[in-house]
Write a protein that binds this ligand. Structure first.
Ligand code: ADP
Ligand code: MG
Length: 736
């Protein structure tokens, strides 16, 4: 009893001094309604463009056919949206801007079938918490309209009768007047108006029955002006310009006709459309949304099929049964989640891929250039100081040090060979050569893919495709690398080990044949002499001591191979994008897989294969062996430096067991302490290995999913090994 009395005492005397315990604990209070609303409003209306989007959506929901947007000071001073829609009833004006007042939804179940863009009844309310809102509206058959002003969700005074034209005009002034920090950041950013223009452009090409205009306050001309009832292509032309509209391909995809649950139609840019950024306009059930997964998937298709035009313009309208779209996932309804998203994305990807491949009649030619002077000092230093762990002979410089790839640079670097004095001349020559070849290309656009031997090789790929493995690579989940060569995959309830070297080699081989005579180029920073490269490859092959007869023999073989390759330069360039200049220097390599630079340490091996292993007498065999050599060069081999995270850590430790004292003292540039060198080697190896693993996950597997047709031979050559069935594993666990 006494305790109870004390407790109620404390509750009654809220104002009295708190006990020490009370002072330490945070007190929970109910927030002021106005504070709650302003916080919520700040989320819904993040920038002026979010207010414009809400207002435009309201106008479209009101059945408008004409819509005008006027903006002052990037939207901070004024946003005014006028429409010719059905207007707002006089009786509704008092609660119009209260939170959760809407004409579009009455019970939760309606969400399942909702067609309007709004439904939360939050937008107008939010605007009144962060700006001053004035609404002028007239409904059908009324003689005059009404005007009302709103602040913090509440109507200012009785609506005033006024003259009005059909529809509604909503004006927001002084946006964020009460949110100083946000206003300041927005005032400093100049791009809010362009964001608004971009938004209206998007709406204009989708809602072709509505005419849109968007204008800056005081400007004589509108920045967007569309005409209602125009065709989609006309709308795109008038909004985005002729240069976009003339380079578009129409695309349509639908589910099997019986179920009719998914339909997509749109326009996608072709190989002539070159832009710096991807432009993606996506509507799902007429709602302007974003879908990161779909965007990434589209980027992959373009990078793989039209590398030169890999920043496309995309307009897509997807229709799905409303119950398949969860519109309620995002407060501003911007990101959506779809049922069967993966399947839909795959369907779109494959339709786009075949559309783009069919349209890609003209050749693609792209060059990646590297400044030969850039970074050359540090590289040549590295090349001249080989780590001791590679043996004592100075000639036996590891290839990865001589032919150096820069992981920061997608084009790779090959500059350890040359003195910089020679390089500028060579660079000029190679520029000239590349210009000549691109001119030749334009003048002589003969269709090379109709060579029957290439067609036959491609047909062989198709006909020997193993359907089960096709499904496996198409639908597996990459779990990680199990060791240096095998990746662990999950497909349905099975786990597999897959040999990434074999798989990548096959993928590259198929890509070389598919891209035959259509390669983009990797430009080497400095052309590299064939003979020396082949000599390097020959030395790598043998462990015998150098000098004497062996050396003579090697030199002869290198000479012969160089000669063979030099005789075939024209064909190698035209069909395979391998450019060798007049002085016998390799200067360009083909891009076989976009977003992936091959390991330049393997260039010598590639050249040795070309000189030694190609059957030049028979056309088909010749193309096949060259494709094989390039594929081998491009394959995801383990890097030449041992994996520092595996057992080979010893490799780096062993060499650092030199005099530790020496390691800590300072040295001249030529006399780098051994320990430091090993550290360099170690971090270089770490970088190479982690970059490879990243590429396997993010480039190899997504590309295989799209392009690889696994041959039946993979059923027996150990490329795939089934390691476990998850069902069986679960059973074992259950028993345990
Ligand atoms: P929601 O769109 O989610 O319903 P809003 O706050 O955006 O919520 O709008 C509240 C209501 O105001 C809408 O449901 C609609 O009835 C009405 N409304 C808003 N803008 C217009 C407009 N331009 N024309 C006609 N009615 C409008
Ligand atoms: Mg709305």
């Amino acid at each position: 009893m006494e305790l109870e009395a004390q407790a109620s005492d404390r509750m009654d005397t809220e104002e009295c001094t708190p006990t020490p315990l009370q002072r330490e604990l945070p007190v929970i209070r109910r927030l002021d309604e106005a504070v709650v609303n302003r916080i919520a409003a700040g989320e819904v209306i993040q920038r002026p463009v979010s207010a414009v989007k809400e207002l435009v959506e309201n106008s479209i929901d009101a059945g408008s056919t004409s819509l005008t947007v006027l903006v002052k000071d990037g939207g901070l001073k004024l946003i005014q949206v006028s429409d010719d829609g059905h207007g707002i009833r006089y009786e509704d004006l008092p609660i119009l801007c209260e939170r959760h007042t809407t004409s579009k939804l009455s019970k939760y179940e309606d969400l399942q079938s909702i067609k309007s863009m709004g439904f939360r009844g939050e937008a107008l309310a939010s605007m009144t918490y962060v700006g001053h809102v004035t609404v002028t509206t007239i409904t059908k058959d009324q003689l005059h309209g009404y005007r009302a002003t709103y602040k913090d969700g509440v109507m200012g005074c009785e609506p005033k009768a006024c003259a009005a034209v059909k529809g509604t005009q909503i004006m927001i002034e002084n946006l964020f007047y009460n949110m100083a920090a946000r206003k300041k950041t927005l005032q400093n950013s100049a791009d809010d108006y362009s964001k608004i223009v971009d938004l209206i452009c998007r709406f204009a090409i989708h809602h072709t029955s509505v005419s849109f205009s968007c204008r800056k306050h005081g400007a004589a001309r509108a920045d967007v002006q569309s005409v209602s009832k125009s065709s989609r292509l006309d709308a795109i032309r008038s909004v985005y310009g002729v240069s976009v509209a003339q380079n578009l391909l129409k695309i349509e995809v639908s589910d099997d006709p019986s179920s009719s649950s998914f339909k997509m139609d749109g326009f996608i840019s072709n190989s002539n459309y070159i832009a710096k950024k991807i432009a993606m306009v996506l509507f799902i059930n007429d709602r302007l949304v974003e879908c990161g997964a779909l965007k990434r998937a589209i980027e992959i298709v373009y990078a793989a099929t039209l590398p030169k035009a890999s920043k496309p313009f995309i307009y897509m309208s997807i229709k799905l049964p409303p119950e398949h779209v969860d519109v309620n996932v995002h407060p501003t309804k911007r990101e959506v989640t779809l049922l069967n998203q993966e399947i839909i994305i795959e369907k779109i990807q494959s339709a786009m891929e075949s559309k783009l491949r069919n349209s890609n009649e003209s050749r693609t030619f792209r060059e990646q250039k590297v400044d030969p002077l850039d970074n050359s000092v540090s590289t040549s230093k590295a090349a001249s100081t080989p780590p001791s762990s590679f043996g004592t002979k100075p000639q036996k410089v590891p290839v990865h040090k001589m032919v150096r790839t820069d992981s920061q640079d997608p084009a790779g670097r090959l500059d350890a060979y040359m003195q910089s004095t020679q390089s500028s001349q060579m660079q000029r020559n190679s520029c000239l050569a590349s210009m000549r070849s691109s001119i030749k290309e334009r003048r002589n656009s003969r269709e090379t893919a109709d060579l029957t031997s290439i067609q036959e090789l491609v047909r062989e790929i198709d006909s020997s495709c193993h359907t089960e493995f096709l499904d496996l690579v198409g639908h597996c989940t990459y779990l990680g690398m199990a060791d240096d060569v095998f990746a662990l995959l999950q497909h349905n309830t099975h786990l597999y080990l897959a040999n990434v070297v074999n798989l990548s080699k096959e993928l590259m081989y198929q890509q070389v044949l598919r891209r035959f005579a259509h390669f983009s180029a990797i430009q080497l920073s400095v052309p590299a002499p064939l003979w020396e490269l082949i000599m390097l490859a020959l030395k790598e092959d043998e462990l015998e001591p150098e000098g004497g007869e062996q050396e003579n023999l090697r030199e002869k073989i290198a000479e012969m191979n160089t000669k063979v390759i030099k005789q075939k330069t024209e064909m190698l360039e035209e069909y395979f994008g391998i450019h060798i200049d007049q002085d016998g220097n390799l200067s360009r390599l083909p891009i076989v897989l976009d977003q992936y630079t091959p390991d330049m340490d393997r260039v010598p091996e590639l050249l040795l294969c070309l000189g030694n292993d190609v059957n030049w007498d028979d056309e088909k065999a010749c193309f096949q062996t060259i494709a094989g050599a390039i594929a081998n060069f491009y394959a995801f081999h383990p890097p030449l430096l041992p994996n520092p995270s595996g057992e080979s850590l010893q490799f780096y430790k062993r060499a650092s067991s030199g005099d530790p004292e020496q390691g800590s003292t300072s040295h001249s540039a030529d006399d780098i302490p051994e320990e430091q060198l090993e550290q360099d080697l170690f971090s270089e190896a770490e970088r190479a290995w982690s970059q490879r693993e990243w590429s396997i996950q993010h480039v190899l597997f997504p590309s295989m999913r799209l392009f690889l047709k696994p041959p039946t031979s993979m059923a027996t050559d150990g490329t795939f090994v089934k390691v476990a069935s998850l069902e069986k594993l679960y059973k074992i666990f259950e028993r345990c």
